[in-house]
Design a protein around this ligand. Structure first.
Ligand code: ZN
Length: 143
């Protein structure tokens, strides 16, 4: 039998005869990681599985009201980390949304050239009038 290296921890292990393609060692942390990645992939590829998980989680929360509020009270470090992580996820989502808007934008491409720049409101227009500006395109998203 040949030794393998665990995908999670990198340690050498001997695969079980019943699982010739085993790529994670038997350590509980590595098995949790394997299970976590499997579930993540399954939730992405199987909408029924995802919906079932959501329903099961909702049902559990209904059976255990106040569990998370109590948990957050008892584990302030967890709550603070979770808030920080969520802020990060929200920021990432905003950036991703902006990137998607750029890609799907059907706005006409602005060519480099000479343009007139004039403010829309009268007050600023009175102060600065019309400017003649030269625009140079440094980069443009491909539409
Ligand atoms: Zn391992």
């Amino acid at each position: 039998m040949d030794n393998r290296w665990c995908t999670a921890c990198g340690a050498a292990f001997l695969p079980r005869a019943q699982a010739p393609h085993q790529s994670y060692c038997a350590e509980p942390a590595c098995q949790r990681e394997r299970r976590r990645l499997w579930q993540k992939a399954k939730r992405r590829s199987d909408p029924d599985y995802l919906e079932n998980q959501i329903q099961a989680q909702r049902a559990w929360v209904e059976r255990n009201p106040g569990y998370w509020a109590t948990y957050r009270e008892k584990n302030p470090g967890y709550a603070a980390k979770n808030r920080a992580d969520q802020r990060g996820r929200n920021a990432k989502r905003r950036i991703s949304k902006i990137a998607k808007m750029d890609v799907s934008s059907t706005a006409p491409v602005l060519d480099a050239g000479i343009y007139e720049l004039r403010p829309l409101d009268r007050e600023t227009f009175a102060k600065m009038g019309v400017w003649t500006v030269q625009l140079t395109v440094l980069s443009a998203s491909s539409a």
